[in-house]
Design a protein around this ligand. Structure first.
Ligand code: OAD
Length: 266
């Protein structure tokens, strides 16, 4: 049977009121919605990057004043660079260790430590090596790029935490005389198995993922938001700038994490 030709419905004389929201009102509404997701979810994951520590005074890597604007990462953050010139690599790490030692957690770190207490299933996955999340009180932390305070012997493999300066660079192991190296992950190296396993487990089961302060250009963390999204998580981004993950996010907040996270998590 052929469809009967009928006139299309005409608009009635009744006008529906369309409410046009201002940009600020949209942000407030989005904030309310995202706060609801966070409050009601059973499992919450947070992925952080250097931007979360920017307001504490720790330099980021990219951006106009980023560390990689001044120095080539391949000459400082690779096993090859360390093999070629361990003293130069250590001088750079000693400079960063000194800088970070003078930095304290900011309101963003504090808000993240506080929300952890409210969730039974929680993991903070960080690319940061500065230790500021733990200093703020976070306990369930996966440091997927290691820690700048960790020291490992390239000879006997002994590991320890050491916050003080080394007088002679490059430092050597007291036990075997081998070269000591910073306990961070360099480009081309594997992530620590325990931290990266905990991260991927959580990303595949979390209901909400907050991605804060990362440019999302370094693998594998650059793929974490997409992984969580594929497994059904709502993804919320906190970053003053757009990033490659912005387009898959359910909510984005263009601001500093020290300001946005306390509102989002408070
Ligand atoms: P990046 O320096 O690449 O990116 C920092 C991000 O933080 C940028 O997207 C900024 O827009 C954002 N940002 C800046 N200030 C912010 C603020 N106050 N609040 C929130 N966001 C802010 O740092 P990462 O993404 O962490 O790896 O870099 C990833 C990895 O690349 C690092 O772990 C390091 C680096 O090379 C290694 O060294 C192996």
């Amino acid at each position: 049977m052929q469809g009967r030709c009928v006139p299309c419905p005409q608009p009635t004389s009744q006008h529906h009121k369309v409410q046009v929201l201002s940009e600020d009102e949209v942000v407030v509404a989005m904030m309310d919605t995202a706060r609801g997701w966070i409050r009601t979810c059973r499992s919450l994951c947070v992925l952080t990057g250097a931007g979360v520590s920017a307001e504490s005074g720790v330099p980021t890597f990219r951006g106009p004043e980023g560390l990689w604007k001044m120095r080539d990462p391949m000459s400082l953050a690779t096993p090859e660079a360390f093999a070629e010139d361990p003293k130069e690599v250590w001088e750079w790490y000693q400079w960063r260790r000194r800088k970070i030692r003078g930095c304290a957690p900011n309101a963003g770190h504090v808000a993240l430590a506080a929300v952890e207490a409210a969730k039974t299933d929680f993991l903070l996955v960080t690319q940061n090596v500065d230790g500021l999340h733990r200093a703020a009180g976070s306990r369930r932390v996966a440091e997927i790029h290691g820690s700048i305070w960790g020291i490992r012997c390239t000879g006997c493999g002994a590991e320890r935490y050491e916050q003080g300066d080394f007088t002679d660079l490059p430092p050597r192991c007291g036990a075997c005389g081998g070269l000591l190296r910073p306990g961070v992950v360099w480009f081309g190296e594997m992530l620590p198995r325990e931290a990266s396993g905990a991260a991927t487990d959580m990303l595949t089961r979390c209901e909400v993922l907050i991605v804060a302060g990362t440019s999302a250009v370094v693998a594998p963390a650059s793929g974490y938001a997409a992984l969580a999204k594929r497994h059904g998580a709502r993804v919320i981004e906190v970053n003053p700038d757009e990033t490659p993950v912005s387009r898959i996010c359910d909510a984005t907040f263009r601001g500093k994490s020290g300001e946005v996270l306390p509102s989002l998590l408070g």
